[in-house]
Design a protein around this ligand. Structure first.
Ligand code: CA
Length: 640
Protein backbone atom coordinates (compact mmCIF):
# COMPACT_ATOMS: atom_id res chain seq x y z
CA UNK A 1 0.00 0.00 0.00
CA UNK A 2 3.01 2.30 0.38
CA UNK A 3 4.16 3.82 -2.91
CA UNK A 4 7.94 3.79 -3.02
CA UNK A 5 8.41 6.63 -5.48
CA UNK A 6 7.18 9.53 -3.30
CA UNK A 7 10.69 10.67 -2.44
CA UNK A 8 12.08 10.50 -5.98
CA UNK A 9 13.00 13.62 -7.92
CA UNK A 10 10.64 12.59 -10.71
CA UNK A 11 7.68 12.44 -8.36
CA UNK A 12 8.59 15.68 -6.62
CA UNK A 13 9.10 17.54 -9.87
CA UNK A 14 5.78 16.42 -11.21
CA UNK A 15 3.72 16.84 -8.06
CA UNK A 16 5.12 19.58 -5.83
CA UNK A 17 2.39 22.19 -5.54
CA UNK A 18 3.56 25.59 -4.30
CA UNK A 19 0.32 27.58 -4.14
CA UNK A 20 -1.11 29.03 -0.94
CA UNK A 21 -4.73 28.00 -1.46
CA UNK A 22 -4.88 24.41 -0.23
CA UNK A 23 -7.96 23.68 1.87
CA UNK A 24 -11.20 25.66 1.77
CA UNK A 25 -10.80 29.36 1.05
CA UNK A 26 -13.98 31.18 1.99
CA UNK A 27 -15.47 34.34 0.52
CA UNK A 28 -19.04 35.57 0.90
CA UNK A 29 -19.79 34.80 -2.77
CA UNK A 30 -18.09 31.40 -3.11
CA UNK A 31 -15.68 28.98 -1.48
CA UNK A 32 -12.77 27.39 -3.34
CA UNK A 33 -11.64 23.91 -2.33
CA UNK A 34 -8.26 22.53 -3.30
CA UNK A 35 -6.74 19.24 -2.16
CA UNK A 36 -3.46 17.56 -3.08
CA UNK A 37 -4.18 13.97 -4.16
CA UNK A 38 -1.73 13.04 -6.93
CA UNK A 39 -2.39 9.31 -6.79
CA UNK A 40 -6.21 9.53 -6.83
CA UNK A 41 -8.36 8.63 -9.83
CA UNK A 42 -11.31 10.62 -8.54
CA UNK A 43 -11.96 13.06 -5.71
CA UNK A 44 -15.39 14.17 -4.53
CA UNK A 45 -16.34 16.89 -2.11
CA UNK A 46 -19.02 16.03 0.44
CA UNK A 47 -20.86 18.86 2.16
CA UNK A 48 -22.62 18.22 5.47
CA UNK A 49 -24.94 20.16 7.69
CA UNK A 50 -23.24 19.11 10.96
CA UNK A 51 -19.71 18.33 12.00
CA UNK A 52 -20.54 15.11 13.78
CA UNK A 53 -19.17 11.97 12.13
CA UNK A 54 -21.87 9.40 11.37
CA UNK A 55 -24.76 11.87 11.25
CA UNK A 56 -26.87 11.31 8.11
CA UNK A 57 -27.01 14.91 6.98
CA UNK A 58 -25.19 14.99 3.64
CA UNK A 59 -26.17 18.15 1.78
CA UNK A 60 -24.38 17.49 -1.49
CA UNK A 61 -21.67 15.42 -3.12
CA UNK A 62 -19.73 17.12 -5.90
CA UNK A 63 -17.05 15.96 -8.33
CA UNK A 64 -13.75 17.81 -8.06
CA UNK A 65 -11.66 18.58 -11.14
CA UNK A 66 -8.04 17.51 -11.57
CA UNK A 67 -5.75 20.54 -11.71
CA UNK A 68 -2.02 21.29 -11.67
CA UNK A 69 0.59 19.34 -9.70
CA UNK A 70 -1.69 16.60 -8.46
CA UNK A 71 -4.27 18.93 -6.93
CA UNK A 72 -8.05 18.76 -7.36
CA UNK A 73 -10.27 21.82 -7.24
CA UNK A 74 -13.85 22.96 -6.98
CA UNK A 75 -15.40 26.38 -6.66
CA UNK A 76 -18.79 26.31 -4.97
CA UNK A 77 -20.96 29.42 -5.24
CA UNK A 78 -22.77 30.79 -2.17
CA UNK A 79 -21.86 31.66 1.43
CA UNK A 80 -20.60 28.38 2.87
CA UNK A 81 -19.44 29.70 6.25
CA UNK A 82 -20.28 27.02 8.82
CA UNK A 83 -20.81 24.20 6.32
CA UNK A 84 -18.90 20.98 7.13
CA UNK A 85 -17.07 18.93 4.50
CA UNK A 86 -14.89 15.94 3.74
CA UNK A 87 -13.14 14.53 0.68
CA UNK A 88 -13.96 11.18 -0.89
CA UNK A 89 -10.80 9.89 -2.54
CA UNK A 90 -10.69 6.90 -4.91
CA UNK A 91 -7.49 5.04 -5.69
CA UNK A 92 -6.77 1.43 -6.74
CA UNK A 93 -10.46 0.63 -6.47
CA UNK A 94 -10.55 1.75 -2.83
CA UNK A 95 -12.55 4.79 -1.76
CA UNK A 96 -11.78 6.57 1.49
CA UNK A 97 -13.43 9.52 3.16
CA UNK A 98 -11.02 11.95 4.81
CA UNK A 99 -10.97 15.21 6.66
CA UNK A 100 -9.04 18.04 4.97
CA UNK A 101 -5.36 18.15 6.07
CA UNK A 102 -5.65 21.92 5.63
CA UNK A 103 -8.86 22.15 7.68
CA UNK A 104 -9.04 25.48 9.55
CA UNK A 105 -11.52 24.01 11.96
CA UNK A 106 -13.66 20.90 12.39
CA UNK A 107 -16.70 19.51 14.11
CA UNK A 108 -16.45 17.37 17.22
CA UNK A 109 -13.45 15.01 17.36
CA UNK A 110 -12.02 16.41 14.14
CA UNK A 111 -13.75 14.08 11.67
CA UNK A 112 -15.36 16.69 9.41
CA UNK A 113 -13.73 19.95 8.37
CA UNK A 114 -15.70 23.20 8.44
CA UNK A 115 -15.65 26.11 6.02
CA UNK A 116 -14.99 29.22 8.07
CA UNK A 117 -15.00 32.97 7.71
CA UNK A 118 -11.88 33.44 9.83
CA UNK A 119 -12.26 37.18 10.20
CA UNK A 120 -15.58 36.69 11.98
CA UNK A 121 -13.71 34.86 14.76
CA UNK A 122 -11.34 37.73 15.56
CA UNK A 123 -11.69 39.28 19.01
CA UNK A 124 -12.12 43.04 19.32
CA UNK A 125 -8.84 44.86 18.75
CA UNK A 126 -7.23 41.90 16.98
CA UNK A 127 -5.76 44.09 14.23
CA UNK A 128 -3.78 46.01 16.84
CA UNK A 129 -2.75 42.93 18.81
CA UNK A 130 1.04 42.59 19.14
CA UNK A 131 3.61 40.25 20.61
CA UNK A 132 4.52 42.16 23.77
CA UNK A 133 8.14 40.98 23.43
CA UNK A 134 8.53 41.21 19.68
CA UNK A 135 11.67 43.33 19.86
CA UNK A 136 13.49 41.03 22.25
CA UNK A 137 15.71 38.03 21.59
CA UNK A 138 15.36 34.43 22.68
CA UNK A 139 17.68 34.87 25.69
CA UNK A 140 15.41 37.66 26.97
CA UNK A 141 12.57 35.18 27.24
CA UNK A 142 11.62 33.39 30.47
CA UNK A 143 9.27 30.58 29.52
CA UNK A 144 6.50 29.07 31.66
CA UNK A 145 5.40 25.66 30.39
CA UNK A 146 1.68 25.16 30.97
CA UNK A 147 -1.09 22.68 30.17
CA UNK A 148 -4.50 24.30 29.64
CA UNK A 149 -6.29 22.02 32.10
CA UNK A 150 -3.58 22.08 34.77
CA UNK A 151 -4.05 25.80 35.34
CA UNK A 152 -7.72 25.68 36.20
CA UNK A 153 -8.80 22.10 36.97
CA UNK A 154 -8.17 22.33 40.72
CA UNK A 155 -11.37 23.43 42.54
CA UNK A 156 -9.20 25.86 44.54
CA UNK A 157 -8.30 27.74 41.35
CA UNK A 158 -11.40 29.92 41.65
CA UNK A 159 -11.54 29.86 37.84
CA UNK A 160 -14.98 29.49 36.24
CA UNK A 161 -13.98 28.04 32.85
CA UNK A 162 -12.27 25.01 34.34
CA UNK A 163 -10.14 23.07 31.87
CA UNK A 164 -10.88 25.50 29.04
CA UNK A 165 -8.97 27.99 26.92
CA UNK A 166 -11.07 30.71 28.53
CA UNK A 167 -9.76 29.73 31.96
CA UNK A 168 -6.60 31.55 30.93
CA UNK A 169 -8.51 34.73 30.21
CA UNK A 170 -9.99 35.20 33.68
CA UNK A 171 -8.52 37.88 35.85
CA UNK A 172 -9.17 38.57 39.54
CA UNK A 173 -9.37 34.85 40.36
CA UNK A 174 -8.39 33.74 43.87
CA UNK A 175 -8.03 30.56 45.88
CA UNK A 176 -10.23 30.15 49.01
CA UNK A 177 -7.52 31.87 51.08
CA UNK A 178 -7.62 35.02 49.02
CA UNK A 179 -4.40 34.55 47.03
CA UNK A 180 -4.28 35.31 43.32
CA UNK A 181 -4.44 32.34 40.93
CA UNK A 182 -4.46 31.78 37.16
CA UNK A 183 -3.58 34.59 34.79
CA UNK A 184 -2.98 37.20 37.52
CA UNK A 185 -0.59 34.83 39.25
CA UNK A 186 1.41 34.13 36.08
CA UNK A 187 1.64 37.82 35.19
CA UNK A 188 2.88 38.59 38.68
CA UNK A 189 5.69 36.00 38.38
CA UNK A 190 7.30 38.09 35.67
CA UNK A 191 7.70 35.36 33.04
CA UNK A 192 7.66 36.67 29.47
CA UNK A 193 6.26 33.69 27.56
CA UNK A 194 3.64 31.07 28.35
CA UNK A 195 4.36 27.83 26.47
CA UNK A 196 1.12 25.91 26.01
CA UNK A 197 1.24 22.13 25.80
CA UNK A 198 -0.54 21.00 22.61
CA UNK A 199 -3.57 23.11 21.75
CA UNK A 200 -4.04 21.79 18.19
CA UNK A 201 -6.67 19.08 17.75
CA UNK A 202 -5.47 15.83 19.26
CA UNK A 203 -7.10 12.42 19.41
CA UNK A 204 -6.79 10.95 22.89
CA UNK A 205 -9.63 12.88 24.54
CA UNK A 206 -13.19 12.16 23.33
CA UNK A 207 -14.68 15.62 22.89
CA UNK A 208 -18.25 14.30 23.16
CA UNK A 209 -17.77 13.27 26.80
CA UNK A 210 -18.66 15.61 29.67
CA UNK A 211 -16.02 18.18 30.61
CA UNK A 212 -13.06 16.75 32.47
CA UNK A 213 -13.88 13.05 31.92
CA UNK A 214 -10.54 12.40 30.26
CA UNK A 215 -7.14 14.03 30.52
CA UNK A 216 -4.22 13.99 28.13
CA UNK A 217 -1.16 16.10 27.44
CA UNK A 218 -2.11 15.95 23.76
CA UNK A 219 1.00 14.67 21.99
CA UNK A 220 -1.22 12.82 19.51
CA UNK A 221 -2.03 15.13 16.62
CA UNK A 222 -5.14 14.63 14.49
CA UNK A 223 -5.70 18.01 12.82
CA UNK A 224 -2.61 20.19 12.82
CA UNK A 225 -4.31 23.49 11.97
CA UNK A 226 -7.34 23.20 14.24
CA UNK A 227 -7.60 24.06 17.96
CA UNK A 228 -8.42 21.16 20.30
CA UNK A 229 -12.17 20.87 20.83
CA UNK A 230 -12.17 19.72 24.46
CA UNK A 231 -10.68 23.08 25.50
CA UNK A 232 -13.53 25.00 23.87
CA UNK A 233 -16.91 25.60 25.46
CA UNK A 234 -18.64 24.01 22.44
CA UNK A 235 -16.63 21.35 20.54
CA UNK A 236 -19.58 20.71 18.20
CA UNK A 237 -19.43 24.19 16.66
CA UNK A 238 -16.19 24.64 14.75
CA UNK A 239 -16.17 28.42 15.07
CA UNK A 240 -16.17 28.42 18.88
CA UNK A 241 -12.76 26.80 19.42
CA UNK A 242 -11.18 29.21 16.93
CA UNK A 243 -12.71 32.27 18.57
CA UNK A 244 -11.83 31.13 22.09
CA UNK A 245 -8.19 30.32 21.35
CA UNK A 246 -7.73 33.71 19.66
CA UNK A 247 -9.36 35.39 22.66
CA UNK A 248 -6.93 33.56 24.93
CA UNK A 249 -3.89 34.68 22.94
CA UNK A 250 -5.22 38.24 22.88
CA UNK A 251 -5.77 38.31 26.64
CA UNK A 252 -2.30 36.93 27.34
CA UNK A 253 -0.81 39.60 25.06
CA UNK A 254 -2.84 42.29 26.81
CA UNK A 255 -1.25 41.08 30.05
CA UNK A 256 2.28 41.33 28.73
CA UNK A 257 2.67 37.62 28.04
CA UNK A 258 3.78 36.18 24.71
CA UNK A 259 2.49 32.74 23.69
CA UNK A 260 4.54 29.73 22.59
CA UNK A 261 2.79 26.80 20.98
CA UNK A 262 3.99 23.24 21.50
CA UNK A 263 3.95 21.65 18.03
CA UNK A 264 4.26 17.94 17.36
CA UNK A 265 4.97 17.52 13.67
CA UNK A 266 7.24 14.51 14.24
CA UNK A 267 4.42 11.97 14.47
CA UNK A 268 0.63 11.66 14.27
CA UNK A 269 -1.92 9.97 16.53
CA UNK A 270 -2.62 7.13 14.09
CA UNK A 271 -0.65 7.03 10.84
CA UNK A 272 -3.18 4.82 9.02
CA UNK A 273 -6.12 7.03 9.91
CA UNK A 274 -4.38 10.39 9.59
CA UNK A 275 -6.25 12.33 6.89
CA UNK A 276 -3.15 13.15 4.82
CA UNK A 277 -2.28 9.43 4.65
CA UNK A 278 -5.88 8.53 3.79
CA UNK A 279 -5.75 10.88 0.81
CA UNK A 280 -2.21 9.99 -0.35
CA UNK A 281 -1.48 6.58 1.21
CA UNK A 282 1.62 6.55 3.36
CA UNK A 283 2.91 9.86 2.04
CA UNK A 284 3.16 11.71 5.36
CA UNK A 285 5.05 9.01 7.26
CA UNK A 286 8.38 7.25 6.95
CA UNK A 287 8.38 3.50 6.39
CA UNK A 288 11.27 1.07 6.69
CA UNK A 289 12.33 -1.42 4.03
CA UNK A 290 9.77 -3.93 5.26
CA UNK A 291 6.96 -1.44 4.78
CA UNK A 292 6.54 -0.83 8.48
CA UNK A 293 6.18 2.63 9.92
CA UNK A 294 9.46 3.98 11.22
CA UNK A 295 9.10 4.55 14.96
CA UNK A 296 11.88 6.73 16.31
CA UNK A 297 9.24 8.82 18.06
CA UNK A 298 8.07 5.85 20.13
CA UNK A 299 4.56 6.92 19.16
CA UNK A 300 4.10 4.49 16.26
CA UNK A 301 5.27 6.56 13.31
CA UNK A 302 7.68 9.31 12.19
CA UNK A 303 6.85 12.14 9.82
CA UNK A 304 8.62 12.18 6.43
CA UNK A 305 9.45 15.89 6.64
CA UNK A 306 12.03 15.50 3.86
CA UNK A 307 9.25 14.99 1.28
CA UNK A 308 8.37 18.19 -0.52
CA UNK A 309 4.66 18.28 0.29
CA UNK A 310 5.18 17.33 3.94
CA UNK A 311 7.77 20.07 4.22
CA UNK A 312 5.37 22.54 2.66
CA UNK A 313 2.64 21.34 5.00
CA UNK A 314 4.77 21.97 8.10
CA UNK A 315 5.92 25.38 6.87
CA UNK A 316 2.35 26.38 5.93
CA UNK A 317 1.05 25.19 9.29
CA UNK A 318 3.57 27.21 11.30
CA UNK A 319 2.93 30.33 9.22
CA UNK A 320 -0.79 29.85 9.71
CA UNK A 321 -0.55 29.69 13.51
CA UNK A 322 1.76 32.70 13.58
CA UNK A 323 -0.37 34.77 11.26
CA UNK A 324 -3.92 33.74 12.12
CA UNK A 325 -3.50 33.12 15.87
CA UNK A 326 -0.60 35.51 16.56
CA UNK A 327 1.58 32.79 18.10
CA UNK A 328 4.93 34.17 19.29
CA UNK A 329 6.96 31.01 19.48
CA UNK A 330 7.08 27.33 18.67
CA UNK A 331 8.40 24.52 20.83
CA UNK A 332 9.04 21.46 18.66
CA UNK A 333 8.44 18.07 20.14
CA UNK A 334 11.17 15.54 19.15
CA UNK A 335 12.48 17.92 16.50
CA UNK A 336 15.44 15.56 16.07
CA UNK A 337 13.17 13.52 13.79
CA UNK A 338 12.56 16.45 11.43
CA UNK A 339 15.07 17.63 8.87
CA UNK A 340 17.11 20.82 9.03
CA UNK A 341 15.91 22.22 5.71
CA UNK A 342 12.26 22.11 6.77
CA UNK A 343 12.96 24.00 9.98
CA UNK A 344 15.14 26.59 8.23
CA UNK A 345 12.46 27.22 5.65
CA UNK A 346 9.85 27.44 8.37
CA UNK A 347 11.87 29.94 10.42
CA UNK A 348 12.39 32.15 7.37
CA UNK A 349 8.76 31.98 6.32
CA UNK A 350 7.36 32.62 9.81
CA UNK A 351 9.63 35.57 10.44
CA UNK A 352 8.40 37.18 7.23
CA UNK A 353 4.84 37.18 8.52
CA UNK A 354 5.49 37.84 12.21
CA UNK A 355 8.43 39.46 13.99
CA UNK A 356 9.98 38.22 17.22
CA UNK A 357 8.89 34.58 16.98
CA UNK A 358 11.15 32.20 18.90
CA UNK A 359 11.92 28.59 17.95
CA UNK A 360 13.26 25.78 20.07
CA UNK A 361 12.82 22.05 20.53
CA UNK A 362 13.98 18.65 21.63
CA UNK A 363 17.02 17.79 19.52
CA UNK A 364 17.47 14.26 20.80
CA UNK A 365 19.10 11.75 18.46
CA UNK A 366 16.61 9.02 17.55
CA UNK A 367 16.67 6.14 15.11
CA UNK A 368 14.51 6.89 12.10
CA UNK A 369 14.16 5.64 8.51
CA UNK A 370 14.78 8.60 6.23
CA UNK A 371 13.29 8.31 2.75
CA UNK A 372 16.05 10.30 1.04
CA UNK A 373 19.85 10.25 1.22
CA UNK A 374 21.95 13.07 2.69
CA UNK A 375 19.33 14.54 4.98
CA UNK A 376 20.49 16.45 8.06
CA UNK A 377 18.31 15.97 11.10
CA UNK A 378 17.51 18.60 13.75
CA UNK A 379 19.67 17.04 16.45
CA UNK A 380 21.77 18.97 18.98
CA UNK A 381 24.98 18.09 17.13
CA UNK A 382 23.66 19.94 14.05
CA UNK A 383 22.91 23.11 16.01
CA UNK A 384 25.33 25.15 13.91
CA UNK A 385 23.16 24.46 10.84
CA UNK A 386 20.17 26.25 12.41
CA UNK A 387 21.35 29.49 14.02
CA UNK A 388 18.75 30.99 16.33
CA UNK A 389 16.98 27.69 17.01
CA UNK A 390 17.21 26.66 20.67
CA UNK A 391 17.67 23.11 21.92
CA UNK A 392 16.64 21.72 25.29
CA UNK A 393 19.85 21.41 27.25
CA UNK A 394 19.76 17.93 28.76
CA UNK A 395 23.35 18.18 29.96
CA UNK A 396 22.45 21.14 32.18
CA UNK A 397 19.25 19.44 33.34
CA UNK A 398 20.96 16.18 34.25
CA UNK A 399 23.92 17.92 35.86
CA UNK A 400 21.73 19.94 38.20
CA UNK A 401 19.18 17.34 39.29
CA UNK A 402 20.64 14.01 38.11
CA UNK A 403 20.02 11.92 35.01
CA UNK A 404 16.40 11.46 33.99
CA UNK A 405 17.04 7.76 33.45
CA UNK A 406 17.45 7.08 37.17
CA UNK A 407 15.02 8.84 39.49
CA UNK A 408 17.18 8.21 42.54
CA UNK A 409 20.42 9.55 41.09
CA UNK A 410 21.40 12.84 42.75
CA UNK A 411 22.53 15.89 40.81
CA UNK A 412 24.74 18.84 41.68
CA UNK A 413 22.15 20.41 43.99
CA UNK A 414 21.33 17.12 45.71
CA UNK A 415 24.76 15.76 46.57
CA UNK A 416 26.47 14.50 43.39
CA UNK A 417 30.22 15.13 43.50
CA UNK A 418 32.67 16.32 40.83
CA UNK A 419 30.09 18.24 38.86
CA UNK A 420 31.98 21.54 38.72
CA UNK A 421 33.06 21.34 35.05
CA UNK A 422 29.48 20.63 33.97
CA UNK A 423 28.08 23.42 36.08
CA UNK A 424 30.55 25.78 34.42
CA UNK A 425 29.37 24.68 30.99
CA UNK A 426 25.80 25.24 32.00
CA UNK A 427 26.33 28.69 33.56
CA UNK A 428 28.48 29.83 30.66
CA UNK A 429 26.15 28.43 27.99
CA UNK A 430 29.07 26.71 26.29
CA UNK A 431 28.18 23.07 25.81
CA UNK A 432 29.98 20.38 23.90
CA UNK A 433 27.17 20.38 21.32
CA UNK A 434 26.66 24.11 21.11
CA UNK A 435 28.78 27.19 21.73
CA UNK A 436 26.00 29.66 21.18
CA UNK A 437 23.90 30.72 24.20
CA UNK A 438 20.93 31.61 21.98
CA UNK A 439 20.66 27.88 21.24
CA UNK A 440 20.57 26.62 24.81
CA UNK A 441 17.24 26.11 26.58
CA UNK A 442 18.09 25.78 30.27
CA UNK A 443 15.71 23.91 32.52
CA UNK A 444 15.45 21.32 35.26
CA UNK A 445 11.81 20.29 34.89
CA UNK A 446 9.12 20.15 32.24
CA UNK A 447 6.04 17.98 31.72
CA UNK A 448 8.18 14.88 31.09
CA UNK A 449 9.70 12.93 33.99
CA UNK A 450 9.40 13.73 37.69
CA UNK A 451 8.59 17.23 38.88
CA UNK A 452 11.66 18.89 40.35
CA UNK A 453 10.38 18.54 43.90
CA UNK A 454 9.45 14.84 43.52
CA UNK A 455 12.82 14.19 41.95
CA UNK A 456 14.62 15.84 44.85
CA UNK A 457 12.56 13.85 47.35
CA UNK A 458 13.54 10.58 45.67
CA UNK A 459 17.20 11.35 45.12
CA UNK A 460 17.84 12.86 48.56
CA UNK A 461 15.71 10.72 50.88
CA UNK A 462 17.72 11.91 53.90
CA UNK A 463 16.84 15.55 53.35
CA UNK A 464 14.15 17.34 55.37
CA UNK A 465 11.64 19.78 53.86
CA UNK A 466 13.88 22.78 54.41
CA UNK A 467 16.82 21.14 52.68
CA UNK A 468 14.64 20.10 49.76
CA UNK A 469 13.45 23.68 49.38
CA UNK A 470 17.06 24.83 49.46
CA UNK A 471 18.01 22.33 46.75
CA UNK A 472 15.07 23.45 44.63
CA UNK A 473 16.03 27.11 44.99
CA UNK A 474 19.68 26.41 44.23
CA UNK A 475 18.76 24.57 41.03
CA UNK A 476 16.49 27.44 40.01
CA UNK A 477 19.17 30.03 40.69
CA UNK A 478 21.68 28.21 38.51
CA UNK A 479 19.57 27.70 35.39
CA UNK A 480 17.80 31.03 35.72
CA UNK A 481 21.12 32.89 35.85
CA UNK A 482 22.84 30.77 33.19
CA UNK A 483 23.51 32.00 29.66
CA UNK A 484 20.71 30.85 27.37
CA UNK A 485 16.93 30.81 27.67
CA UNK A 486 15.38 29.61 30.94
CA UNK A 487 12.24 27.49 30.89
CA UNK A 488 10.31 25.87 33.70
CA UNK A 489 7.28 23.71 34.22
CA UNK A 490 4.32 25.60 35.64
CA UNK A 491 4.20 25.00 39.37
CA UNK A 492 7.90 24.22 39.77
CA UNK A 493 7.89 27.47 41.73
CA UNK A 494 5.17 26.01 43.97
CA UNK A 495 7.04 22.78 44.74
CA UNK A 496 4.67 21.05 42.36
CA UNK A 497 4.27 17.38 43.12
CA UNK A 498 2.47 14.55 41.35
CA UNK A 499 1.87 11.90 44.04
CA UNK A 500 0.11 8.73 42.92
CA UNK A 501 -2.90 7.52 44.91
CA UNK A 502 -1.13 4.24 45.73
CA UNK A 503 2.20 5.74 46.67
CA UNK A 504 5.16 6.95 44.66
CA UNK A 505 5.22 9.78 42.16
CA UNK A 506 4.01 10.02 38.60
CA UNK A 507 6.94 10.38 36.21
CA UNK A 508 4.78 10.19 33.07
CA UNK A 509 1.41 11.74 33.88
CA UNK A 510 0.34 12.17 30.24
CA UNK A 511 -3.06 10.63 30.86
CA UNK A 512 -3.33 10.77 34.64
CA UNK A 513 -6.34 12.55 36.09
CA UNK A 514 -6.60 16.19 37.07
CA UNK A 515 -6.04 15.17 40.68
CA UNK A 516 -2.44 14.26 39.78
CA UNK A 517 -1.74 16.91 37.17
CA UNK A 518 -3.48 20.09 38.26
CA UNK A 519 -1.68 22.96 39.93
CA UNK A 520 -2.76 22.90 43.55
CA UNK A 521 -3.65 26.49 44.30
CA UNK A 522 -4.42 25.78 47.95
CA UNK A 523 -0.72 25.28 48.64
CA UNK A 524 -0.29 29.05 48.41
CA UNK A 525 -1.79 29.36 51.89
CA UNK A 526 1.47 27.96 53.27
CA UNK A 527 4.34 30.32 53.86
CA UNK A 528 7.07 28.00 52.45
CA UNK A 529 5.28 27.74 49.12
CA UNK A 530 4.88 31.50 48.84
CA UNK A 531 8.53 31.91 49.74
CA UNK A 532 9.64 29.65 46.89
CA UNK A 533 7.31 31.45 44.48
CA UNK A 534 8.74 34.78 45.60
CA UNK A 535 12.26 33.42 45.11
CA UNK A 536 11.46 32.56 41.47
CA UNK A 537 9.87 35.95 40.96
CA UNK A 538 12.98 37.59 42.39
CA UNK A 539 15.33 35.56 40.18
CA UNK A 540 13.32 36.47 37.08
CA UNK A 541 13.41 40.16 38.00
CA UNK A 542 17.15 39.95 38.64
CA UNK A 543 17.75 38.24 35.30
CA UNK A 544 15.73 40.91 33.50
CA UNK A 545 17.64 43.69 35.25
CA UNK A 546 21.06 42.43 34.14
CA UNK A 547 21.96 42.30 30.43
CA UNK A 548 25.21 40.48 31.27
CA UNK A 549 23.09 37.42 32.12
CA UNK A 550 21.62 37.47 28.61
CA UNK A 551 24.61 37.50 26.27
CA UNK A 552 24.13 36.36 22.70
CA UNK A 553 27.46 34.93 21.59
CA UNK A 554 30.38 32.92 22.86
CA UNK A 555 32.86 35.74 22.35
CA UNK A 556 30.93 38.07 24.68
CA UNK A 557 30.70 35.30 27.24
CA UNK A 558 34.42 34.61 27.23
CA UNK A 559 35.10 38.32 27.61
CA UNK A 560 32.58 38.93 30.38
CA UNK A 561 32.38 35.76 32.40
CA UNK A 562 35.16 34.29 34.50
CA UNK A 563 34.89 31.15 36.62
CA UNK A 564 36.48 31.65 40.04
CA UNK A 565 39.30 29.28 40.97
CA UNK A 566 40.47 27.94 44.33
CA UNK A 567 37.12 27.14 45.92
CA UNK A 568 36.08 24.31 48.25
CA UNK A 569 35.08 21.06 46.49
CA UNK A 570 31.70 21.30 44.74
CA UNK A 571 31.46 25.06 45.18
CA UNK A 572 31.34 27.06 41.95
CA UNK A 573 31.50 30.82 41.47
CA UNK A 574 31.57 33.23 38.56
CA UNK A 575 32.33 36.88 38.01
CA UNK A 576 30.39 38.63 35.27
CA UNK A 577 31.38 42.07 34.10
CA UNK A 578 29.04 43.93 31.78
CA UNK A 579 28.83 47.46 30.51
CA UNK A 580 27.60 49.01 33.77
CA UNK A 581 27.45 46.01 36.01
CA UNK A 582 29.66 43.69 37.94
CA UNK A 583 28.16 40.48 39.29
CA UNK A 584 29.52 37.73 41.49
CA UNK A 585 27.59 34.47 41.70
CA UNK A 586 28.35 31.64 44.11
CA UNK A 587 26.71 28.22 44.13
CA UNK A 588 27.24 26.07 47.21
CA UNK A 589 25.65 22.59 47.08
CA UNK A 590 27.47 21.40 50.22
CA UNK A 591 25.61 20.81 53.47
CA UNK A 592 27.81 23.31 55.22
CA UNK A 593 28.51 27.01 54.87
CA UNK A 594 31.39 28.10 52.64
CA UNK A 595 33.51 31.25 52.65
CA UNK A 596 34.46 32.83 49.35
CA UNK A 597 36.86 35.75 48.95
CA UNK A 598 35.33 38.67 47.07
CA UNK A 599 37.05 41.05 44.68
CA UNK A 600 37.72 44.49 46.12
CA UNK A 601 34.88 46.84 46.92
CA UNK A 602 31.40 46.91 48.46
CA UNK A 603 29.08 44.24 47.16
CA UNK A 604 25.29 44.26 47.41
CA UNK A 605 23.77 40.87 48.14
CA UNK A 606 20.68 40.35 45.95
CA UNK A 607 20.21 36.60 46.18
CA UNK A 608 20.72 34.73 49.45
CA UNK A 609 19.33 31.34 50.51
CA UNK A 610 15.65 31.51 49.56
CA UNK A 611 15.43 35.25 48.98
CA UNK A 612 16.03 36.90 45.62
CA UNK A 613 15.31 40.20 43.94
CA UNK A 614 16.77 43.40 42.59
CA UNK A 615 16.93 45.21 45.94
CA UNK A 616 20.06 44.68 48.07
CA UNK A 617 19.53 42.54 51.18
CA UNK A 618 22.89 43.52 52.66
CA UNK A 619 26.26 44.96 51.69
CA UNK A 620 29.44 42.98 52.27
CA UNK A 621 33.13 43.32 51.52
CA UNK A 622 36.15 41.05 51.70
CA UNK A 623 34.37 37.75 51.71
CA UNK A 624 30.97 36.17 51.36
CA UNK A 625 29.56 33.64 53.80
CA UNK A 626 27.38 31.38 51.70
CA UNK A 627 25.00 29.17 53.71
CA UNK A 628 24.66 25.43 53.07
CA UNK A 629 22.86 24.36 49.85
CA UNK A 630 22.28 27.81 48.46
CA UNK A 631 23.18 30.40 45.90
CA UNK A 632 24.49 33.86 46.65
CA UNK A 633 24.53 36.58 44.05
CA UNK A 634 26.18 39.93 44.63
CA UNK A 635 26.38 43.04 42.49
CA UNK A 636 28.08 46.38 42.38
CA UNK A 637 28.36 49.18 39.89
CA UNK A 638 31.08 48.51 37.35
CA UNK A 639 34.21 50.60 37.66
CA UNK A 640 34.76 52.71 34.60
CA1 CA B 1 -9.54 16.48 19.68
Amino acid sequence: MIAKNYSTQTFEKKYTYTGSDLGAVWTKEYTTFRVWAPTAVSVKLRLYESGTHGTQDLLEQLDMTPDIKGTWILRKPGDLNGVYYTFLVERDGITKEACDPYARTTGVNGRRAMVIDLESTNPAGWDLDRNPHQNRGIVDAVVYELHIRDLSADPDSGIRNRGKFLGLTETGTKNPYGQATGLDYIRDLGVTHVQLLPVYDYGSVDETLPEGTQYNWGYDPVNYNVPEGSYSTDPFNGAVRVRELKQTVKTLHDNGLAVVMDVVYNHVYDAGRFCFNRIVPGYFSRVDRYGRYSNGSGCGNDTASERSMVRKYIVDSLCYWAQEYHMDGFRFDLVGLLDVQTIREAMDAVRKVRPGVIFYGEGWTLQTELTKPNVDLMVQANSALVPGFGFFNDSARDTLKGTVFDDEAPGYVSGALDQEPWVRECVMGLNSWCKDPTQSVNYVSCHDNMTLYDRLLLSAPYADDQELIHMNCLAAAIYMLSQGMPLFQAGEELLRSKPLPDGGYDENSYRSPDSVNSIKWGTLRKKEYRRVRDFYRGLIAFRKAHPVLRLTDAKQILESLTPVEGLKPNVTAFRLRGQDEDLFMIFNPNREETLVALPQGDWNVCVRETTAGTEPLATVRGRAEVPAISAMVLERKAEK
